[in-house]
Design a protein around this ligand. Structure first.
Ligand SMILES: Nc1ncnc2c1ncn2[C@@H]1O[C@H](COP(=O)(O)OP(=O)(O)OP(=O)(O)O)[C@@H](O)[C@H]1O
Ligand SMILES: [Mg+2]
Length: 254
C-alpha cells in the first residue's frame, strides 16, 4: 500500500524513547487503517512490542492477519495511521518521505519471498545496484563489498551468473547478499523460505540466523512452525492484533 494513501501519524513527544534500553525497535500501539467511512478497516490494530537488538524475531499469524503490513512499517516502507515507532531510540514515524528513504537505505535490508532479483543483472550486479542506490558505501569500496557480501552467503563463485542460471535457494542467498550491501543493522524478511524446498529453506534460514551473530537484527515472517520456534523472540498476530508474544528470556506467550 502506498504511504500516500494514509495520513501519517506524527511523533507526539520528543525523539527519544527512554524506556527501551536494549531494544532496536520499539512499536507502541501501531495501527493501520484502510478505506474510509463504512469501508474503513483496521488491518493492524494497536500493535505494541519490542524487537531486542540482535534478535532473531519471528512474526507469525494466519494469512491476512497483517504480517506483511506490520513488517512494512518496521522497514519504513509504509507508515502507521496511528502509533509510535522508535528505531535505536529515534522516532521514525514523523520523518518526511525523503528522510525516511534515506533512513531506510542506511538501516534496513529487505528480503522477499520471491527473491525479486533484477533478471537482466548478474548476482554481482544485483548487489552492486543496491550499493549504487543506497549511497552509503564509497565507490572505491564497491568491488570489495560485493565480494564480501556474496562471500557471506557462499555465492562468490556464482557472481557472474544471471538469476535464471541459479536455483531458488541460490537466488535467495544472493538476495540476502543484496540486503547486506549497505551494512544495515536491521534485516526484514517476508516469508524468506516460503518458496523453497526444505533443504534450501534450512540453508537460507541458517544464513539469516548467522547474521544475528554478526550484530544484525533479523525480523522474519513465517508460516512454518519449526522456523517460528527457532526465533529468539516472536509475536503472533490475529486480525491485526498481537495476540501472543515471546521474549528473549523464553517466556511463555502472554
Ligand atoms: N491496501 C490495502 N487495502 C485494503 N486492504 C488491504 C490492503 N493491504 C492489505 N490489506 C488487507 O489487510 C489484511 C492484512 O494483509 P497482509 O498482507 O498484511 O496479511 P499477511 O498476514 O501478510 O497475509 P499472508 O500470510 O497471506 O501474506 C488482509 O486482509 C489484506 O487483504
Ligand atoms: Mg504477507
Amino acid at each position: 500500500m502506498a504511504a500516500s494513501q494514509r495520513s501519517p501519524a506524527t511523533s507526539r513527544d520528543g525523539d527519544s524513547d527512554p524506556t527501551s534500553i536494549g531494544a532496536l525497535v520499539v512499536a507502541e500501539r501501531l495501527s493501520v487503517t484502510v478505506g474510509a467511512g463504512p469501508t474503513e478497516t483496521r488491518i493492524v490494530s494497536a500493535a505494541s512490542f519490542e524487537v531486542p537488538a540482535g534478535a532473531l524475531f519471528a512474526i507469525t499469524g494466519p494469512s491476512g492477519s497483517g504480517k506483511t503490513t506490520l513488517l512494512n512499517l518496521l522497514a519504513g516502507i509504509d507508515r502507521p495511521t496511528e502509533g509510535r515507532l522508535w528505531f535505536a531510540g529515534k522516532s521514525i514515524v514523523g520523518e518526511s518521505e525523503n528522510a525516511l528513504a534515506r533512513w531506510r537505505a542506511r538501516n534496513v535490508g529487505i528480503v522477499f519471498q520471491f527473491f525479486h532479483l533484477i533478471p537482466t543483472l548478474t548476482a554481482a550486479e544485483n548487489v552492486l545496484l543496491a550499493l549504487e542506490l543506497g549511497r552509503q558505501v564509497p565507490r572505491r569500496d564497491w568491488r570489495e563489498r560485493v565480494t564480501t557480501c556474496l562471500g557471506a552467503v557462499g555465492m562468490q563463485t556464482y557472481a557472474h551468473r544471471l538469476p535464471s542460471e541459479l536455483s531458488g535457494g541460490e537466488q535467495q542467498r544472493v538476495a540476502i547478499a543484496r540486503a547486506l550491501a549497505n551494512d544495515p543493522p536491521l534485516i526484514v524478511a517476508d516469508e524468506p523460505t516460503g518458496n523453497l524446498d526444505s533443504k534450501n529453506s534450512e540453508i537460507v534460514f541458517s544464513l539469516l540466523r548467522e547474521l544475528t551473530d554478526r550484530d544484525k537484527t533479523v525480523v522474519y515472517v513465517t508460516h512454518d512452525q519449526d522456523l517460528a520456534g527457532r526465533a529468539t523472540a516472536a509475536i503472533d498476530l490475529l486480525d491485526g492484533r498481537v495476540v501472543a508474544s515471546r521474549g528473549p528470556d523464553g517466556g511463555l506467550p502472554q
